[in-house]
Each structure stands twice: as C-alpha cells, then as structure tokens.
Design a protein around this ligand. Structure first.
Ligand code: GH3
Ligand code: MG
Ligand code: MG
Length: 342
C-alpha cells in the first residue's frame, strides 16, 4: 500500500521538475520518493525535504516503491540499502530498468559504505550515511536536481543546434550548415591532400510545375527529391537544401570522375521517378540540372568552389536542362548527357 493516501492517485500531480532556486514562481516542485522500512526515518526525511519545497512521497518497501514508480514519475528516489524484502541494491537495478532517467540516492550506515559503492556501480548517483546530517541530505538532493537541470539544458541546446541546421520541409541540412561544413571540411581535405566534390542541383522548370499542379504537390515533390538524393548517395555525403528548389551535395574524398558517376545516378533516378500527389494520383515527373566542381582541381576555397559549381549549373540550364555540367580546369564547362562528356 502507498503510505500517503491523500496523494495516492494514478498520475503524480506534478509534471515539471528542476533545480531549486531556478524555478519560476508558480512552477511545480521536484518529485522525491523516499524508501525506508523505518517509519521514523520516512517521516523525518519527508518533513525535512518538504520544508525545502519538494513534493515528497514515501514507501516502506522496495516492492511498494516499484509499484509507485511504474505508475508515476519521480525526479529522485532516496532509498535505504537495508530493506525488508527486496534489498536496496536490487531495487536500484530494477528502478534503472523501469526508468533510467530517475536519479537514485542510497542511504547506508558508516559500516557498510562498500554497499553504497556497489549501488553506485549499479546506477545510483550518490549516497547518504546514517545517522543523518540534514544539511548533507539537502545538499545531495539539490546537487542532483541541479545536475538534472544542466543535463536538460544541454539536451535542449543540442536540440536547437540540430534544428538550426536542418531544413524543415526536406529534413536535409540547410544553407547555413552547408557553409559551415564546407569551410571545415575543405581545411581537412587540404591538410590530408584529399578531394571533395560539390554538386549544385536545381529542378528544371519548377515554377511551371507548381503552376500546373499547385504548391502543395510542389512541396511533396521537393520531399520526394530529398529522398531520391539520400538513396543515390552514401551516408558520409552531406545533403543540403540550398534554396527553394536548389540542392547541394558535398561528396568528401571524391574526385571529379567519381562524382560524375553520382551525378548521373541522381539525374537518371530523378527523371525516372514517378511523382504522385497527396491522394496517390500520378503527376508529372521532374528533371534536374546538375553543376559539378571539385576541390582542388576546380577551386581551392569554399566560395570559389560554390561559385564554380553554380556557374556549371547555369551553363547546363542554358544548354537545355536535364543534364550535368562540369566546371572545367581551364574555366570551360563540358556537358554530360547519357554518360557522354562532350
Ligand atoms: P529553371 O529550370 O531555370 O530552374 O526554372 P525554374 O522555374 O525551376 O526556376 P525559377 O527560379 O524561375 O523558379 C523557381 C521556382 O521554384 C519558383 C517557386 O515556385 C518554386 N519553389 C521554390 N521554393 C519552393 C517551395 O518551397 N515549395 C514549392 N512548392 N515551390 C518552390
Ligand atoms: Mg529551377
Ligand atoms: Mg533555382
């Protein structure tokens, strides 16, 4: 049975958590669960931690605690290692299996600190020795909550970092990421004397396509093109949506000849892919024109490389579209259609 029947409901009524002192006014307190078979200890800790502003519940056995953890979420559990029934160490392992995100603090007598060390190997983050020092208990809980908050903030930062590099429609990298990546990658390729090829890809007559089928179908086609590009490249290649209907692909450690093969694979798969609208009706196929420039043959820095791949692309557009143009070593462009470089 859960001891505090007032709070004995299926969902623990405190959704948020965080470090004390960092909480906004009116926000919910951190949730703590205390497990000890000694009622006096349970009450002492409950009073002490409630005084500090936490929402505290208690359990008198490991079995009861597991039942509570399965139906509610807690930020920290504080458990005695010597429990009747299930041993504290066993409880630590089971709790971590159920919810790896819960922080566990164990309580032990001075004489058995070695078992606290064992429980930390099993996943506990800290231990408190009996007899208690109330300041120490508060500090351990506060430290643990602060650590959780830092972890949460770090995850959030990582999430936003990823988000700021990704194009929302196609989930490919965006223009900003492409420039960052290219700058760093070219330094690496330069140092190790390796190649990098850049493909600039633009959908042919996409304005007309949108006019014919509508913007929504156009968006679907952009997403479909992203997946064609993913399938036609390797995991280490970097795919970006450069602008509206323009894409860029960076092929690290790939020279012009190898990149040409990729270009042709892409051009053909785009041409041959049957496009469908949101209801599954077939709509017109698209084609792409690709401009290719390689490092170090065609340019020795990021901006020239992008510029030259772009020039090759527009040369391809002028030459009739649905083709591949290479930026030539002497500034000339050659056209490739159906595998023949003219
Ligand atoms: P070209 O063969 O010379 O590339 O002609 P184009 O019509 O593809 O090129 P243009 O630059 O004239 O027009 C680009 C079009 O791409 C305009 C716009 O309707 C379409 N477009 C750009 N971004 C999006 C988008 O996010 N969704 C949709 N549906 N269309 C887009
Ligand atoms: Mg276009
Ligand atoms: Mg364009």
């Amino acid at each position: 049975m859960v001891e505090d029947t007032k709070q004995d409901q299926k969902i623990f009524p405190f959704p948020a958590s965080g470090a004390p002192g960092e909480k906004e006014e009116g926000s919910t307190p951190s949730r703590l669960l205390i497990i000890d078979d000694d009622e006096a200890v349970r009450l002492l800790l409950k009073d002490l931690l409630e005084e500090s502003g936490y929402a505290v519940r208690t359990a008198k056995s490991g079995e009861e605690a597991l039942q509570m953890i399965r139906i509610s979420t807690y930020d920290i559990i504080i458990t005695d290692l010597r429990l009747t029934g299930m041993h504290g160490l066993e409880l630590v392992k089971e709790v971590k299996d159920i919810d790896p995100g819960i922080d566990i603090v164990v309580m032990t007598g001075y004489a058995s600190v070695h078992s606290a060390v064992e429980s930390m190997k099993a996943g506990a983050i800290d231990y408190i020795t009996k007899p208690f020092n109330s300041d120490h208990i508060k500090m351990v809980v506060q430290k643990s909550l602060e650590r959780r908050e830092y972890q949460r903030l770090a995850q959030e930062r990582e999430f936003y970092k990823v988000l700021s590099s990704i194009d929302g429609l196609t989930e490919l990298y965006n223009y900003r990421y492409m420039h960052q990546y290219l700058k760093l990658e070219l330094e690496r390729e330069r140092r190790y004397k390796r190649h990098l090829s850049l493909l600039m890809i633009d959908i042919d007559n996409f304005k007309t396509y949108n006019d014919l089928y509508g913007h929504m179908v156009g968006d679907l086609v952009l997403r479909r093109l992203a997946s064609i590009l993913r399938n036609a490249t390797r995991g280490c290649d970097v795919l970006c949506r450069y602008g509206g209907e323009e894409f860029a692909i960076m092929l690290p450690e790939t020279n012009r000849e190898e990149a040409l093969i990729v270009c042709e694979r892409i051009r053909k798969s785009v041409e041959m892919t049957q496009m469908i609208d949101e209801k599954g009706n077939t709509v017109g196929n698209i084609s792409v024109t690709i401009g290719l420039a390689s490092f170090p043959e065609d340019a020795d820095n990021k901006d020239d490389l992008i510029d030259n791949a772009d020039k090759a692309l527009y040369q391809g557009k002028r030459a009739g579209k649905n083709c591949i143009f290479l930026f030539g070593a002497e500034g000339k462009h050659s056209q490739m259609r159906e595998g023949i470089v003219e």
